[in-house]
Write a protein that binds this ligand. Structure first.
Ligand code: SF4
Ligand code: SF4
Length: 430
């Protein structure tokens, strides 16, 4: 698979200035959406909570600018969720909220004490899943005794995790050190795909220069999509296989993304909530590919303008990576905590995708990391045979997109399996 990372991997992170307007989505994570806790006309500061929820599987959302709440309205986010957004007009001052609390004295506490703090800081999985971090932080049932930071960044085009590993190395390792304090003081892992040798080298250099970090180990993983999937990485790094319908916590493995670890460090040591993130803007249709630090809630249109604008021959704009991302159809739609990139493609990357009959080559079956038979699921769902989809374990699909990518007949396999998975889950709820 051509990785296309060279377009942006050498571009140092640039901070994008605050936009005039941000749209802060109330749903940026797996779990219950937040409800706004501000009203039209309120003044807000950077880092102030503007949405919250009492549900355990949820995470607070914060303003990313200082200014005035102009509206609260439903709209689409860049990744296609339709939810309430707090619309804030920036005053251009970027004034921080007072009294941000940190958790530097974590060594005097149990891991469970961190849970309300991390929930309030709004930290969620930034690799794309958006699972609230506090809901993974537990001490028992089962005991978590392996700790892995996921720096695989296996999707083509995306380079934001690569850049933060190069530019925020100390902070990420300090975040890993905090996790290791609770989970495994003997050895904890920083897993990086081998196509990022400079990041592996930099991590090893910083660890060897730090006398107290000899328990942190960098693991170079094979460059192979979807290596960054948590289940694949758990098996690759510590040999623990996650069962069907399970998560890494079920096999005693604490695993989180590298961007999430940076956000965790910033909350624990600097007291900062999650209101900005690094994203990659790339593809042959953008004039200036970049890695940028951008405020959550910034509209896609402003981001593209900051990167020189889009070329006339662009055909598609995607939020996320090319394998798992979603098409963007509204330039006002805002990025969220889980947005890893905005990609602009021309015909160079988006080939006509007309389906032809399956030639039974079995490539989709051979490549599926979840051991599903995508072509059989495709036939079953087209015939409306949900029982057969269940038998074929379509609900175990991790939506990696590789089956569609390898299919010479251009069958819409990922879309079919995703549909089957949704139908199975809806049926189970009934
Ligand atoms: S998207 Fe396709 S290849 Fe990926 S897990 Fe689902 S069925 Fe398998
Ligand atoms: S990869 Fe495409 S052509 Fe080959 S078996 Fe799967 S669906 Fe059929």
């Amino acid at each position: 698979m051509d990785e296309h990372k060279s377009l942006s991997e050498k571009m140092a992170i640039e901070r994008m200035p605050s936009p005039e307007i941000v749209y802060i989505p109330m749903s940026q994570h797996i779990g219950a959406p937040c409800a706004p806790v501000v009203a039209k006309g309120d003044s807000v500061k950077v880092g102030q909570i503007v949405g919250n929820s009492d549900a355990f599987i949820s995470a607070a959302v914060h303003s990313s600018v200082s200014g005035t709440v102009e509206d609260i309205k439903k709209m689409y986010t860049a990744d296609g969720r339709f939810c309430e957004c707090v619309v804030i007009k920036s005053d251009g001052k970027d004034e921080m909220v007072d009294n941000l609390t940190d958790f530097k004295d974590y060594k005097d506490h149990k891991i469970d004490d961190l849970i309300p703090f991390i929930k309030e800081k709004g930290i969620v999985g930034m690799g794309g899943a958006g699972f609230p971090l506090h809901a993974k932080l537990k001490s028992e049932d089962p005991v978590l005794d392996e700790c892995i930071i996921n720096g695989a960044e296996c999707e083509p085009f995306l380079t934001c995790d690569h850049r933060i590993m190069l530019e925020k190395t100390e902070e990420i390792l300090e975040g890993l050190d905090i996790f290791s304090h609770f989970y495994n003081k003997e050895v904890s892992y920083m897993a990086i795909e081998e196509n990022k040798p400079d990041a592996i080298e930099k991590m090893e250099e910083v660890i060897s220069a730090h006398p107290n970090w000899s328990h942190l180990k960098v693991v170079g993983c094979q460059t192979k999509y979807p290596q960054g999937d948590s289940k694949r990485l758990s098996e690759a790094v510590v040999g623990r296989i996650v069962p069907q319908n399970g998560v890494t916590n079920d096999v005693g493995v604490f695993l989180t993304n590298v961007g999430t670890t940076l956000a965790f460090y910033e909350a624990m040591i600097e007291g900062r909530p999650s209101y900005e993130r690094v994203i990659t803007v790339s593809g042959s249709g953008i004039k200036e590919p970049k890695n940028i630090l951008v405020k959550i809630g910034t509209p896609v249109g402003d981001i593209l303008k900051f990167c020189g604008g889009i070329k006339e021959n662009h055909v598609e704009i995607v939020c996320g990576g090319p394998m798992t991302g979603k098409s963007v159809f509204d330039m006002d739609s805002p990025i969220t905590k889980t947005t890893s990139g905005i990609l602009v493609f021309t015909e160079e990357e988006v080939k006509p995708n007309v389906e032809s009959p399956c030639i039974r080559c079995s490539r989709c079956v051979d490549h599926c990391p979840a051991h599903i038979n995508p072509t059989d699921v495709n036939h079953a769902i087209l015939k409306g045979n949900l029982d057969l989809c269940i038998e074929l374990h379509a609900d175990q699909c991790m939506e990696c997109g590789i089956c569609s990518f390898v299919c010479p007949a251009k069958r819409h396999l990922t879309a079919s399996v995703k549909l089957a998975k949704r139908e199975i889950r809806a049926n189970m709820k009934k």
